[in-house]
Write a protein that binds this ligand. Structure first.
Ligand SMILES: Nc1ncnc2c1ncn2[C@@H]1O[C@H](COP(=O)(O)OP(=O)(O)OP(=O)(O)O)[C@@H](O)[C@H]1O
Length: 300
């Protein structure tokens, strides 16, 4: 029995060796191209809502695998009949994302859009503590004087589709600039501002309105637009009410109202997952201080 098992393993190793001998440069190139394509498709999916759909599809495939193993023939037959329609439906549903992907392929700078960019430049442009402070300060000041504002902060899913409806700004986030943009009767005050990393990319952007019937009746279109974009993407939206000066946060389709500056700051940091970063910085600072203290004591 043991000999038979060993012989099988030997046969298997021999077949791998024979196959390995036939692998030429072209096969290696093909494998690299396939690996790149799979990486590109996954990286692209992660920045669109198709990522959530992929998770849904994985659940359906797991369910079908269980059904197949348990030989539930009726469900299998049903699934086989639906499969053809499902592929067509998927292409129709994902049509805007597919169009955007093809357009990106035609652009000169499509490599940075899928993550092949200079990492130091990326670090410089990342959403930082300073950006949190500037945005919080702007919201608090606009709230005090009842200036309406709508600020959408991009997370993983791209907001490029919504930027098309606005006017390019491309400037470092600062409280003064945000206050200036939303100032009444100025050309950029209408619509939403989009923030990517530490930059204000576009202003006057049009956002999809939420049709959530559960939203309070005293909320108008600014708040509906804020909730709408948070339903369509994983972004974080900050809304300052022109009527009350109240600050709200919309994320994952939920609206949190009446936040003060401190609550707003901690909400942004929590959703943008900056708590760990700050903890690490704090630990580093404490460590540095502790070390310096130790050195001082040793010197004494
Ligand atoms: N779809 C949209 N996308 C982006 N901005 C929008 C959209 N709809 C409305 N807005 C912005 O909201 C403003 C109108 O706000 P409205 O008074 O209807 O809303 P609200 O939720 O009651 O807010 P507020 O409490 O500030 O009055 C518009 O001038 C525009 O700047």
């Amino acid at each position: 029995m043991q000999w038979q098992w060993l012989k099988q393993a030997d046969d298997y190793l021999n077949s791998i060796k024979t196959y390995a001998n036939t692998v030429d440069l072209l096969d290696v190139a093909e494998m690299l191209i396939i690996a790149f394509l799979v990486y590109y498709i996954l990286a692209w999916m992660k920045t669109t809502r198709s990522w959530r759909m992929l998770k849904g599809l994985i659940v359906i495939f797991l369910f079908l695998a269980i059904v197949y193993i348990m030989e539930m023939t009726t469900i299998i037959r049903l699934a086989q009949n639906v499969l053809g329609f499902a592929v067509t439906a998927l292409i129709v549903v994902l049509q805007p994302e597919l169009r955007q992907a093809l357009e990106q392929l035609g652009q000169k700078n499509f490599l940075p859009s899928i993550g092949f960019s200079d990492s130091s430049a990326k670090k410089e442009d990342a959403f930082s503590e300073r950006t949190v402070n500037e945005i919080t300060k702007a919201c608090a000041e606009m709230g005090k004087v009842k200036t309406g504002a709508l600020i959408v902060i991009e997370r993983v899913e791209s907001l490029k589709d919504y930027e098309r409806t606005g006017i390019e700004v491309d400037a470092i986030v600062s409280s003064q600039l945000l206050i200036n943009i939303f100032e009444h009767n100025t050309p950029l005050h209408d619509g939403a501002v989009i923030v990517r990393g530490n930059r204000i990319t576009y202003a006057t952007c049009y956002l999809p309105l939420s049709d959530n019937l559960g939203l309070s009746k005293d909320l108008g279109t600014r708040h509906r637009a804020g909730v709408g974009i948070s339903e369509a993407t994983d972004s974080l939206t900050l809304i300052v009410s022109e009527e009350t000066g109240g600050i709200s946060v919309a994320h994952e389709g939920k609206l949190e109202r009446h936040l003060n500056a401190e609550e707003l700051k901690s909400k942004i940091r929590q959703i943008m997952k900056m708590d760990g970063e700050e903890d690490a910085k704090g630990r580093h600072r404490r460590k540095g201080k502790g070390k310096a203290k130790g050195e001082e004591q040793a010197a004494e």
